[in-house]
Design a protein around this ligand. Structure first.
Ligand code: ABU
Length: 371
């Protein structure tokens, strides 16, 4: 049975001066969060965008089963873990809200293309970006995710009614010519090649992380420069954007490569991170230790570096997948108390605790932590 950690106590109720939606960092004290659900998780229909990012050993699985529901036993295991995460958060005084069940196995179309189904409402971090009191819907380039936001609409309306700003980035058209339909992974010293071009702004929200007035992102197979430019122009001069270098050819979602944990501390992927951006001079780069996921997990969407995908309750405490013993031990050495939560089954959907959550309210305001 989980019992709440005792250092330091999280707030038990909404701090009166904090707006209902308020988040500027990865580490200010967490007060409200969305936790995803695995119900109705659907195998995404095969598309070249998956070829660029998904493990090659599973391409045939997507080709054969795209549009069908995931194994109900796997969904049930992931849901048990998500419910445990929600309980842990609530025991720490955090308000937890959940998306609505949505029929993702239903095929859909636009005037230009059709998809055999959707994906899931398991990863709120991918689809919405919370910056201050604003929630921004991301213009994601995977066709299977085009209507995923519907699972969050009633939450969005609730936050809007409570005073939040609610914005959708320009809805992309996702025509065939957005994609490099001949995409092949570059080899050796060949330069990076991207499966989406600059036809229109696209991004996944999980390609961005906040450090107060500084926002870090990378160009990836889900975020193009036009997408990053749209976001930068939209957020305006209060924020500085920094593109980070990374040597992962399957690049998608920054939070398994670079994750700020506290002022002056950033967790980095030792296999992927090239060097810290100059604005982080003086910060400690903490290399994530080897992941602990056994080879028996299929990991349909990712590699094992989901180990790094942790959620800070505040700058001293992190919720970590319970089987990641190496990371928990490293965190203790860095002065951060890990709070374990079983999450190994959930990994098979392509994320861990950071992906499965979205910070809605953290106590604290806009500050600068970088040079
Ligand atoms: N949420 C996508 C994780 C990608 C990866 O690092 O394998």
């Amino acid at each position: 049975m989980y019992s709440p950690s005792n250092t330091p106590a999280a707030p038990q109720q909404l701090s009166s001066s904090t707006p209902r939606v308020n988040s500027y960092t990865e580490w200010d004290p967490l007060e409200e969060v969305i936790v995803g659900i695995a119900d109705d998780a659907t195998i995404p229909a095969w598309h070249v965008a998956l070829k660029a990012t998904m493990p090659e050993k599973h391409w045939q699985f997507f080709r054969e089963h795209g549009g069908k529901a995931f194994d109900p036993a796997l969904i049930a295991s992931a849901n048990r873990e998500l419910d445990m995460l929600a309980k842990i958060l609530e025991a720490e005084g955090v308000t937890v809200v959940r998306p609505e069940r949505t029929p993702f196995t239903k095929p859909f179309s636009t005037p230009d293309w059709s998809s055999r189904g959707g994906l899931y409402a398991a990863m709120p971090r991918d689809i919405m970006l919370v910056t201050g009191d604003e929630i921004i819907e991301a213009p994601m380039p995977w066709r299977s995710r085009y209507f995923e936001i519907h699972a969050y609409r009633s939450l969005l309306k609730t936050y809007f009614a409570a005073g939040a700003r609610w914005t959708a980035a320009p809805k992309p058209q996702l025509p065939d010519h957005l994609y490099d339909n001949e995409y092949e992974e570059p080899q050796g010293d060949e330069p990076d090649r991207w499966v989406i071009n600059e036809f229109e702004p696209c991004f996944d929200a999980a390609d961005f992380v906040h450090c107060g007035a500084d926002i870090f992102y990378f160009r990836s197979h889900t975020t193009n420069q036009a997408g990053a430019a749209w976001l930068q122009r939209h957020l305006g001069p209060k924020y500085r954007f920094h593109e980070i270098g990374c040597n992962d050819r399957h690049r998608m979602h920054i939070d398994t490569t670079f994750l700020p944990l506290a002022p002056g501390k950033v967790l980095v992927n030792p296999d992927r991170m090239v060097k810290l951006p100059p604005v982080l001079r003086g910060w400690e780069a903490l290399p994530a230790p080897p992941p602990c996921t056994p080879d028996s997990e299929p990991l349909y969407f990712s590699g094992k570096w989901l180990s790094m995908n942790i959620l800070m309750l505040d700058e001293h405490r992190a919720i970590v997948a319970a089987h990641e013993e190496n990371l928990m031990s490293a965190l203790r050495g860095w002065g951060i108390t890990p709070i374990p939560c079983p999450f190994q089954a959930f990994y098979n959907f392509g994320g861990s605790i950071h992906c499965a959550t979205l910070d809605i309210r953290r106590r604290g305001g806009l500050q600068s932590y970088c040079l």
